[in-house]
Write a protein that binds this ligand. Structure first.
Ligand code: ATP
Length: 220
């Protein structure tokens, strides 16, 4: 059974780095659907002052015309704190016990996984597909938290087929062309009136500039 892909993040704003990993992992894992899911009140970060509705709208603008990419509003539409483990449990209930669910992450985010709420329970709910920078050192050899290293060693699959055979529990490291783009940099450029063009889809940038998002220091 083909896995369904989930890419979570604050998407504050969504940019080509996110869209490339969704696209490249979508191809590498042969996915029919990749859900981009903006987070609401992410537990490990300061609460974004830009509204969840605006971040979701920017995701919708960014993925228009790409049938495989879907915006998922389940986290931004909640008013309470959202943990990935709860969201995945909800998705698992929706898709049933057999459909593989694949959580996509950048290698930087995976390296901090041991700090997530009930992080070990995540392996019972989903696979992990980690976007690594092709041609650079792999997190397989990086000095990670020892408990995370142990999980990575035990769960790593080197063939994508391993993600279709079971519904959850595997970790796949995928070489991708990680672009040097971050939402932080885009917010900084906009705040300084500098050009953020070509770092994110133009309709998203037009929306940011029209609404005056990221112009104020408190939006950073
Ligand atoms: P910020 O600069 O505000 O921290 P960000 O650009 O890192 O934001 P997030 O929304 O925090 O974006 O990222 C969501 C997911 O996308 C994470 O798994 C992160 O590792 C991944 N990601 C972010 N930027 C890139 C990029 N340029 N290339 C590949 N993956 C990325």
């Amino acid at each position: 059974m083909k896995p369904i892909g989930i890419l979570g993040g604050t998407f504050n704003p969504v940019h080509y780095g996110h869209l490339r990993i969704a696209e490249e992992l979508g191809d590498a894992l042969d996915l029919d659907e990749v859900r981009l899911m903006p987070a609401n009140m992410p537990p490990l970060r300061t609460v974004p002052t830009v509204s969840g509705a605006e971040r979701l709208h920017m995701v919708r603008l960014a993925i228009a015309g790409n049938a495989r990419l879907v915006a998922d509003d389940r986290e931004v539409s909640k008013t309470s704190l959202c943990y990935t483990v709860d969201t995945l449990a909800e998705l698992r209930a929706e898709f049933g016990p057999r459909r593989p669910i694949c959580l996509m992450l950048g290698a930087d985010a995976f390296a901090r996984l041991h700090r997530w709420h009930r992080w070990r329970d995540l392996f019972g709910l989903a696979h992990f597909a980690v976007a690594e920078r092709g041609g650079h050192a792999s997190i397989a050899t990086a000095p990670l938290d020892p408990a995370l290293t142990a999980e990575l060693r035990a769960r790593r699959v080197t063939e994508v087929g391993g993600l279709s055979e079971q519904p959850a529990g595997a970790i796949y490291l995928a070489p991708t062309s990680v672009l040097q783009i971050s939402a932080t940099r885009i917010r900084g450029l906009v705040a300084h009136g500098a050009s953020a063009r070509y770092l994110l889809p133009q309709p998203v940038l037009d929306y940011i500039l029209e609404r005056g998002i990221y112009r104020q220091a408190e939006d950073q």
